[in-house]
Structures are given as C-alpha cells and as structure tokens.
Write a protein that binds this ligand. Sequence first.
Ligand code: ATR
Length: 273
Amino acid sequence: MSSRPDRYAVIGNPIAHSKSPDIHARFAAATAQHLQYERLLAPLDGFAAAVRDFIGGGGKGLNVTVPFKLEAHAFATVLTERARAAGAVNTLRFDGADILGDNTDGVGLVTDIVKNAGVAVQSKKVLLLGAGGAARGVVLPLLMESPRELVIANRTLARAQELADTFGAQGPVRASDFGSVSDEFDIVINATSASLADEVPPVAPTVFGPETLAYDMMYGKANTAFMRFALDHGAAVRDGLGMLVEQAAESFFVWRGVRPDTAAVFAELRARL
Ligand code: ATR
C-alpha cells in the first residue's frame, strides 16, 4: 500500500499510560486496515485547539479520555443517542464539516458482560454502584438489555436520584443509598472511583451470592478491593479490562465500519498487565 495511512489518536492528559494505541494497532493489523494511531497529550486548557490541529493535519478520528470527555461532548456537532445519554464523548469522527460524537463505553461494558463473560443482563437484577460520569455512561446501554431492575446506589443519594430520573422512561431504574440495598443481585457493577484508593463502596455483603457476577470497571494486575470483597462473599468477579478492549472495538467499528475480533487482543493485554 503506497497511500498514507489514515490518522487516529487518543487525546487526554495524562496520556502516556494509554493502552489504546497498542489495542488499535493490533485491530488494524488483524483487519488489514491502513491506519496509524497515536497518543495526543493536550494541555488542560487546550483541548479544542489540539483537536482542531489534529483535524487540520488530516486526522480522521479520536478517542477521548480523562479529563476531556465532557468537552468532547460539547465540541461535537452531531451526537449519537448513546453519547447524548452518557453526557460524555469518548469517540470523535471527523466527517467533512461534521464532528460526530459517540460514546462506546457503555456498549463496551455490556458486550464484555454478555458476550465475553456469558452473563445475560435480560431479566436480571442489576446493581450499579456509583453515580458519576462512569456510571452515567453505562445506564442506557444496560437498560437497552431489558434487566428486571436496575438499582443505582451512590454515597450521595441525590446524584443517583438524578440519574434514575433522567433514565426513568427507558426502563425499570431506581435510586438508592448504599445502606438501603441488602438483597441479592445477579450482577453488581462497581462504577465508583473507590478502587483508585483501594477502597470498597460500603455495600452490604448480602448483595453477593454464588450466582452473582461482581464487575469492577477498573482493572489492574491484581484484583481490586471491590473484587476481593465480592470474592470473599461468594461472587464470581471480573475486572474492566474487557470493557476497555470492547469499547475500543466499537470505536474502531464507528471509524472503519469493520468489527475487529477482541479475544486475542484481550489475552495479550492480560498477559502483559
Ligand atoms: P467518574 O467519572 O470516575 O465516575 P466522578 O464523576 O467523580 O468520577 O464519580 C465518582 C463516583 O465514585 C461517585 O459516584 C462517587 O460518589 P459521590 O457521588 O457520593 O461522590 C463515588 N466514590 C468515590 N469514592 C468513593 C468511595 N470511597 N466510596 C464510595 N463511593 C465513592
């Protein structure tokens, strides 16, 4: 191939740690897509300028990470329904004059649970811990799977209530504080940032049972505090590495119209954590 590869990148601050270039390079090789994918460090006050430069240089699309997902939502001229619902954008695609904003985080989580872990969400009792940006991004994709109920529990009840109100028309969702949930759930998803401090959201151990999947949206070399807590109370556990790979695959599909296989990339990333 002699033409120049299409340019993509992940933009954030910090960005050096991002695994996205590695993931997308593997997807491109596996699907014979002619593209290059870089890391883009934008100044904290320079997101829009950095994106304009990238577009000016012929860039075709960006992944957006901390702390720019809200700015990317505002920057997009066209939003997908799931990006509007998430209130945040992790994928930009530059189509002529249009800037498409999408959010693939939620579908990444759902695909990892349903396809990779083999646990259906349909008709299940789902407990979502947290009501910040990470939680908000997954509410609509979870409701689209028709759970029996989705309970959003948060330290600050008002934030959970706001999410439940926002999505109440989309499915059976309600808000709770941590102290009021004690019955067993089929799926418990930790979308709080507690794992960053090696803390566990203060949820009763009775939410876990032998049939429960406890899912932490964070990942690392070792199990998170939440995963250790859930394991101690009999649940099966999974971390967010699969969500990372699946959201990347969905972004790749948004840009290229080709769906890469994720299993090999997931296994390689796991081995190198
Ligand atoms: P993110 O984008 O990662 O979701 P965020 O919007 O700051 O970040 O939200 C962080 C979430 O983690 C919130 O739900 C927060 O609870 P509050 O809304 O009550 O602040 C939750 N959180 C953070 N640390 C926690 C802890 N130690 N225990 C329980 N919840 C915690």
